[in-house]
Design a protein around this ligand. Structure first.
Ligand code: ZN
Length: 181
């Protein structure tokens, strides 16, 4: 396989892992969002998931509205070495806080399975124009099947947590996945 194919295989594998972590979060009483930070050799630096519905512990941020999957990853990873060589994979488009943190840390790449048309930072930050976003290349929703899986997984949470305006955006963006939720 050439380098491009290698990267595509890796992207798919780690997005699937982020989705697996998202389901783990849901089963634990938190929101269904997962994230994996990976180095240039394809080694996992840290795995994280949303922990808003769980206690704060010595190993994980928790029990706070900001205990998002990406923050769990960042607090576990601590000081990053060569952040521009790292890729963060998430099951859902990062929010303004987590997208901002990714940029602040100067991660090389950010890949997400599913758009978040209400809570996602892409709606508020024009990534390519933002002066602090220039290091981080963004790859949204590269695989339709994983995008579908992530949208179906988060749909219940989107309906519960977002105001009517947000849920309307979700229904418009993902009509099939939000049907009957
Ligand atoms: Zn977030």
């Amino acid at each position: 396989m050439d380098q491009q194919q290698d990267r595509e295989v890796q992207d798919r594998q780690f997005l699937q892992e982020a989705l697996r972590l998202a389901r783990e979060g849901q089963a634990a009483g938190s929101s269904p969002v997962g994230a994996v930070l990976v180095d240039a050799q394809g080694q996992v630096v840290a795995r994280g998931r949303n922990r808003t519905g769980e206690p704060f512990g010595p190993d994980h941020v928790g029990h706070a509205s900001v205990s998002h999957a990406e923050m769990d990853v960042f607090f576990q990873a601590g000081k990053l070495k060569d952040p521009e060589t790292l890729t963060l994979y998430t099951s859902l488009e990062p929010c303004l806080m987590c997208g901002g943190a990714s940029a602040l840390l100067q991660l090389g790449r950010l890949v997400w399975a599913t758009d978040d048309p209400w809570g996602g930072s892409g709606r508020l930050i024009r990534w390519e124009d933002h002066p602090a976003m220039q290091t981080t290349r963004v790859t949204p929703t590269p695989y339709p099947d994983l995008e579908h899986e992530g949208a179906a997984l988060f749909a219940t949470e989107a309906k519960r947590a977002f105001p009517e305006e947000g849920w309307s955006l979700w229904r418009k963006r993902y009509p099939q996945e939000t049907e009957g939720v």
